[in-house]
Design a protein around this ligand. Structure first.
Ligand SMILES: NC(=O)c1ccc[n+]([C@@H]2O[C@H](COP(=O)([O-])OP(=O)(O)OC[C@H]3O[C@@H](n4cnc5c(N)ncnc54)[C@H](O)[C@@H]3O)[C@@H](O)[C@H]2O)c1
Length: 284
């Protein structure tokens, strides 16, 4: 079997899935981009189109190149059609273990035995996700960062049964995409989200207990720690719902000290999810 990656299915056309599809197409790889409803596919496709139009406007790319990239991305609703002829699945749907497992079970039935499964999960155990499939050796964590077009890091997570040859194949794909793969063994939140979650949750605690205002904490962190964004700007950018799911998962696995503060839960309940809803710690 050829090891060259020419065609991939990306499942989930949201913030991450649309960005990952774009990065793949920029590297000349054909992508079937799947979501559950046309409106989600449309908004993913619009995000990709806006990025390409911006690149053409800033003369970073020719119009022909932008069209060539767009033509490599096929938005699709039917998963069984989408997996035809692919070598890799990259899953980027909601951060919910049961939903992801149901999808992987279905994909396992639909895909040829040689297809490698990669999950963009932020925190969930790769071994657990792989457990519902018959291809546990061919299952790897491939954790991109937001926005995938700009961020170089991809964490590569080995599940208990991931086979080295397939881990290496996913790493090679990252290099082909111009990314830097960093390996990690499995642990809730892997490297970055384990560190980031504690940092963000502590920032929420500072705000909740009235120690400082969000804009002042952000300013202090940028000046004092040299971070490009403060914790509240970053939270609004990532999505408070996504962060709450990450925090809940990590605290279930690692203990009480990781429990999300009430403020975050309240904001998610009120639909203040950050930039994507126009309201979060800041208004947009
Ligand atoms: N947002 C971030 O900064 C970020 C960064 C790294 C990793 N991640 C991870 O990437 C994944 C996706 O996050 P996101 O921010 O893109 O979420 P999102 O909510 O923007 O997009 C998720 C998409 O998946 C679709 N979807 C849900 N169930 C589906 C199914 N069964 N089949 C097909 N599509 C389905 C939804 O309709 C939605 O369009 C999560 O696992 C998240 O933890 C997110």
């Amino acid at each position: 079997m050829t090891t060259e990656i020419t065609k991939v299915v990306v499942v989930g056309a949201g913030t991450m899935g649309s960005g990952i599809a774009l990065v793949l197409a920029q590297a000349g790889i054909e992508v079937n981009l799947v979501d559950t409803e046309q409106k989600y596919l449309d908004s993913g496709e619009n995000r990709i189109r806006r990025f390409l139009e911006g690149s053409v406007k800033r003369e970073k790319m020719t119009q022909e190149k932008a069209e060539e990239i767009m033509n490599l991305i096929n938005p699709m609703l039917d998963l069984s059609n989408a997996v035809e002829g692919i070598q890799i699945v990259i899953e980027a749907i909601v951060e919910d273990e049961l939903t992801k497992k149901a999808l992987f079970k279905k994909l396992d039935d639909l895909c040829d035995a040689g297809v490698i499964f990669a999950s963009n999960t932020s925190a969930i155990s790769i071994t657990e996700l792989a457990s519902v499939t018959k291809r546990k050796g061919k299952f790897v964590g491939m954790h991109f960062f937001n926005p995938p077009t700009l961020m170089k890091l991809v964490e590569i997570i080995k599940g208990e049964q991931s086979e080295e040859i397939f881990v290496e194949r996913i790493k090679s794909l990252c290099v082909k995409l111009g990314k830097i793969p960093i390996p990690s063994n499995e642990a809730p939140g892997f490297i970055i989200n384990r560190l980031l979650w504690q940092f963000l949750n502590e920032a929420y605690r500072l705000l909740e207990s009235g120690i400082a205002e969000a804009k002042h904490i952000d300013e202090a962190v940028k000046l004092g720690l040299n971070h490009p964004m403060g914790p509240f700007e970053l939270s609004d950018y990532i999505g408070l719902d996504v962060l709450l799911q990450i925090g809940e998962y990590i605290s279930e696995q690692l203990g009480e000290e990781y429990t999300p503060v009430n403020l975050l839960k309240l904001m998610v309940d009120e639909g203040k999810l950050g930039k994507k809803t126009g309201k979060g710690f800041y208004d947009y």
